[in-house]
Design a protein around this ligand. Structure first.
Ligand code: CUA
Length: 324
């Protein structure tokens, strides 16, 4: 619809037409009232102009009904904008349950991506058409911002934290990816592309990546090469909590509080193990800050995520608590 109108990017995701509809509604309302007010200002100035040099203004009785009407109508219009906007905002920020997870890391000044199958890319992300995709984002250094105008998707990429964007592409093509947060000298060149492919082409493209290991497998390797397995054993919880079934569970901490074992918790436990010590354990784990990159932390999280609770039993109960 907008290809020939260079002011406007393609509409290439499921959320794009919804965002545009709100935008044009707001623009329409603003244009209508601006015009109405401009016309009234001019018309009334002409109609009530001073006709004789000694003419003075007349008193006007208050019009309650009129005042109520011009207060209630804008209120209703604004409430519509609010409700509609909130609805689309929730759709845009909550990935559907079946979304496939990709990883993105911002770094001065490039984008690094990893596919669920393990394939890695720099400044390019290939995705299949028509599939909901979420990209878990973090930064290696400063704040960046993941912005794909054609998808109407934009989210800050923050060091030390995970943020998630999701989209479902509706059109095959190559679309701009911008860093939309000033991040240093080369910020303006921190650009890339999202390549939307037919699912069959995408499968074929993936095989060209060679034998890249899936994030969980790389994480497992890292887990033993960093010697995490010395303490985090599967047969003993003497020195460190059991990690099987940890991910997604509620963890009881030494200070009596509980915390959900999500990405941020696991990340913090790797970099700053003393921050949240699991009930029943000594704070003996060393920090891995500076020894693992953001990419490796994501791999470790994926590995821990892959250690599902054993079939039949829920989370393992004998351990006094668990910690990553
Ligand atoms: Cu990264 Cu601007």
């Amino acid at each position: 619809m907008w290809q020939n109108f260079p002011l406007f990017p393609d509409q290439a995701s499921t959320i794009a037409p919804k965002v545009d509809a709100i935008f044009f509604f707001g623009l329409g309302v603003a244009a209508f009232f601006s015009l109405l007010i401009a016309v009234l200002v001019i018309a009334l100035a002409v109609r009530y102009r001073r006709r004789r040099p000694d003419q003075i203004g007349e008193d006007e009785a208050p019009h309650d009904a009129l005042e109520i009407v011009w207060s209630v109508i804008p209120l209703l219009i604004l409430l519509v904008m609010f409700g509609w906007g909130a609805r689309v905002y929730f759709q845009a920020t909550r990935p559907p349950a079946n979304a496939v997870e990709y990883y993105g890391i911002g770094k001065q000044w490039m984008w690094k991506f990893q596919h669920p199958s393990g394939v890695r890319e720099i400044n390019e992300l290939h995705v299949p058409l028509g599939k909901p995709i979420k990209v878990k984002l973090t930064s290696e250094d400063v704040i960046h911002d993941f912005f794909v105008p054609a998808f109407r998707v934009k989210y800050d990429v923050i060091p030390g934290r995970y943020t998630t964007v999701w989209f479902q592409a509706t059109k095959v093509g190559t679309y701009h990816l911008f860093c939309d947060e000033y991040c240093g000298a080369e910020h303006s060149r921190m650009v890339g592309s999202i390549v939307v492919m037919d699912p069959k082409d995408y499968e074929q493209w993936l095989t060209r990546g060679g034998g890249a290991a899936a994030p969980a497998a790389s994480g497992e390797e890292l887990f033993s090469s960093l010697a995490c397995s010395t303490c985090h054993r599967t047969d003993s919880t003497v020195r460190a909590p059991l990690l099987v079934g940890l991910y997604g569970s509620q963890v009881q901490l030494a200070d009596g509080s509980t915390v959900k074992a999500d990405d941020d918790y696991v990340r913090e436990s790797i970099l700053n193990p003393q921050a949240k010590v699991v009930n029943g354990f000594q704070p003996i784990m060393p920090s891995y800050k500076g020894q693992v990159s953001e990419e490796q932390i994501l791999q470790l999280i994926n590995y821990i995520k892959s250690l599902a609770a054993p079939a039949g039993g829920a989370t393992p109960t004998p351990a006094p608590g668990k910690k990553g």
